[in-house]
Design a protein around this ligand. Structure first.
Ligand SMILES: [Zn+2]
Ligand SMILES: [Zn+2]
Length: 267
């Protein structure tokens, strides 16, 4: 029923001991598909790809798990660490059949873990790689709206399109992102009281351009704030979006899942 289009299930973010239970709870909550994001260095990237690999004939416990795809990318936090060796690994990961997008990549001027100039250089490089490999982009942008839009436009990101993950900008940003063929993915932030302008966009955005995500283990939605987030929680964000749009939960499930399936080109 649900598609969590962005979560982090590598062992840095979800311990191996917890993972089976997390996946079982996701499936029990109706999350049939999810995309785990391979960023944070070589180990996390490899793990995300391994998680997405199709296993042998499903055991009865695996039948209770969601189907998993992966991304691979260089988070803006890690821009400084990109060297030829890491790029080689990234290309290797992106060549795998269930690695459906390049990301998350972009700009983060809130934490500034990597120098901004380097973040911009790597972002430009990642867009070029996505175009070369014909993969959609998963974009992370924080306090960098103008530069993000400018680089996406100048570097021809429209050719591949993708997703603005964890959408937390305003309507004007949304309008321009949609024009650039980027869908808007809403996380638990959309349930926060303070998130007026995000909720306005969630209510207004074209139905065929909205996705849902948890970005777990971060950003638990209301009423689970403070808890460690996991894919099962996507339902709470969904309920808020359905209320904002004045549609039934089932209808929201149907359209957001169809949108993610189409964007990631999965079945
Ligand atoms: Zn992010
Ligand atoms: Zn993320």
């Amino acid at each position: 029923m649900w598609f969590d289009s962005h979560c982090h299930l590598d062992s840095e973010n979800c311990s191996v001991e917890q993972r089976a239970a997390v996946l079982a709870r996701a499936r029990a909550a109706g999350v049939e598909r999810l995309v785990t994001v391979g960023v944070g260095g070589p180990a996390a990237m490899r793990e995300a790809v391994a998680l997405s690999a199709v296993r042998g004939p499903a055991t009865s416990s695996e039948q209770l798990e969601p189907r998993i795809w992966a991304t691979a990318g260089i988070h803006p936090h890690d821009a400084e660490s990109l060297d030829p060796e890491l790029e080689r690994l990234l290309r290797e990961c992106l060549a795998r059949p269930r690695v459906v997008a390049l990301g998350e990549v972009g700009l983060d001027y809130h934490y500034d873990h990597s120098p901004r100039e380097r973040q911009r250089e790597v972002f430009v490089q990642m867009i070029a790689l996505a175009r070369e490999l014909r993969k959609p982009l998963v974009i992370h942008t924080r306090e960098a709206a103008a530069d993000t839009l400018e680089i996406l436009t100048a570097e021809g990101a429209r050719e591949v399109g993708g997703i603005i993950h964890c959408f937390s900008e305003d309507r004007e940003f949304a309008r321009r992102a949609l024009e650039l063929d980027f869908d808007l993915s809403f996380s638990g932030i959309a349930t926060f009281k303070s998130a007026r302008s995000i909720q306005e966009v969630a209510a207004w955005a074209p139905p065929e351009r909205i996705l849902l995500e948890t970005d777990s283990p971060y950003l638990s939605p209301v009423p689970l704030r403070g808890k460690r987030c996991e894919p099962a929680f996507v339902v709470h964000t969904a309920q808020r979006l359905a209320d904002l749009r004045g549609i039934a939960l089932e209808q929201l499930a149907e359209l957001t899942t169809a949108n993610a399936v189409r964007r990631f080109r999965v079945d």
